[in-house]
Design a binder for this molecule. Structure first.
Ligand code: FAD
Length: 289
């Protein structure tokens, strides 16, 4: 089923994300985590695409497993980075062959000290979107940034690029994580004014690890509000307490989003079924699918 059809539902829905293993040895444990996350009946599960390029086959295979063996809709990520146009073309063909209908089209994180883009690579997500659009009847998602993309001169320019990207055939958007919902509401107002009308899924990250969080936020430019910093300060050095507090913080954000009329929230569950299960448990009377 195409995700754009799922997004027509007006009751609260949750989707989750998994990332493929970096080595073949870890494949079974990722599958195991994916199976447990699928058993929570999310509206779909997305599978990331490693910027290192080594995991592209795993992305396709895990997305097919989710859909065919676990009975949950899947969304395969695909990036311009680390792939030639020919490789991108080949992966789209594999997705089509395996019956995967949903692709999240991204530029990808540029690895350090890499020459990007090479002449045989797509430079921006919008170019990849055009390729996917021409390759078949896919439902296409793309990324957006409530606080502006880290490389953008300013938010206005970023929204203009977002509009261009959507105009090339995007069906829905998923946001970068954020920890203050007012940033999302402000962003939605600005993009709607700019004519971006497709559904937007807020991306929520339940934080369970203080160190990892600080690194991700430095890279992405995500602002950490004082309320969240207080949680990190108080519980960050106690893993069990941090996990419980991070899940509570994410749940609080999700309930506020639903209360303000959002119907679909994407949770960056990071191969952690226990975290995904705790979120679903907290929302058991709210999310009914
Ligand atoms: P683009 O939309 O191409 O934008 C990149 C930058 O270029 C922005 O600053 C934009 O304003 C600018 N820009 C866009 N179009 C133009 C144009 N025509 N002219 C000039 N400037 C332009 N990374 C991975 O490697 N694998 C993943 O699986 C993955 N999944 C993600 C999922 C989500 C929901 C999100 C939010 C991010 C994900 N990322 C992933 C990270 C993402 O690839 C990076 O944030 C990357 O830096 C930008 O990707 P993009 O698709 O938004 O790029």
């Amino acid at each position: 089923m195409k995700i754009r059809e799922i997004l027509k539902e007006t009751t609260p829905h949750i989707s989750f994300e998994v990332f493929p293993p970096k080595t073949d040895a870890a494949y079974e444990s990722v599958l195991n985590a994916t199976d447990k996350i699928a058993a929570l009946h999310p509206s779909y599960i997305s599978v990331t695409y490693g910027a290192g390029g080594g995991t592209s086959a795993n992305t396709v295979n895990i997305a097919a497993h989710i859909r065919d063996d676990l009975g949950v809709e899947s969304l395969a990520h695909l990036t311009c980075v680390s792939s030639t146009r020919e490789h991108v073309h080949k992966v789209i063909g594999e997705l089509k062959e395996k019956g995967i209908e949903n692709i999240l089209a991204l530029r990808g994180d540029i690895p350090q000290e890499s020459d990007f883009p090479l002449p045989n690579q797509y430079r921006y997500a919008c170019e990849l979107i055009e390729e996917i659009k021409g390759a078949g009847d896919f439902c296409i998602g793309a990324a957006c940034y409530p606080e502006g993309h880290v490389e953008s001169e300013n938010r206005k320019e970023d929204v203009l690029h977002l509009k261009e990207k959507v105009d090339r055939g995007v069906d829905f958007l998923t946001t970068q994580m954020f920890f203050d919902n007012s940033i999302l509401y402000n962003f939605l107002y600005r993009i709607r004014e700019a004519g971006v009308t497709v559904p937007v899924l807020p991306g929520i990250m339940p934080v369970t690890n203080k160190k990892q969080m600080k690194r991700i936020c430095d890279m992405s430019g995500t602002v950490l509000p004082q309320r969240f910093l207080d949680v990190l300060d108080r519980f960050g050095d106690d893993p069990a307490a941090m996990q419980q507090a991070g899940i509570a913080y994410a749940t609080d954000q999700i309930i506020d989003l639903f209360a303000n009329g959002i119907n679909h929230v994407h949770v960056y569950s990071m191969n952690k079924p226990e975290v995904a299960a705790a979120i679903m448990n907290n929302l058991s009377a709210i999310v009914k699918h």
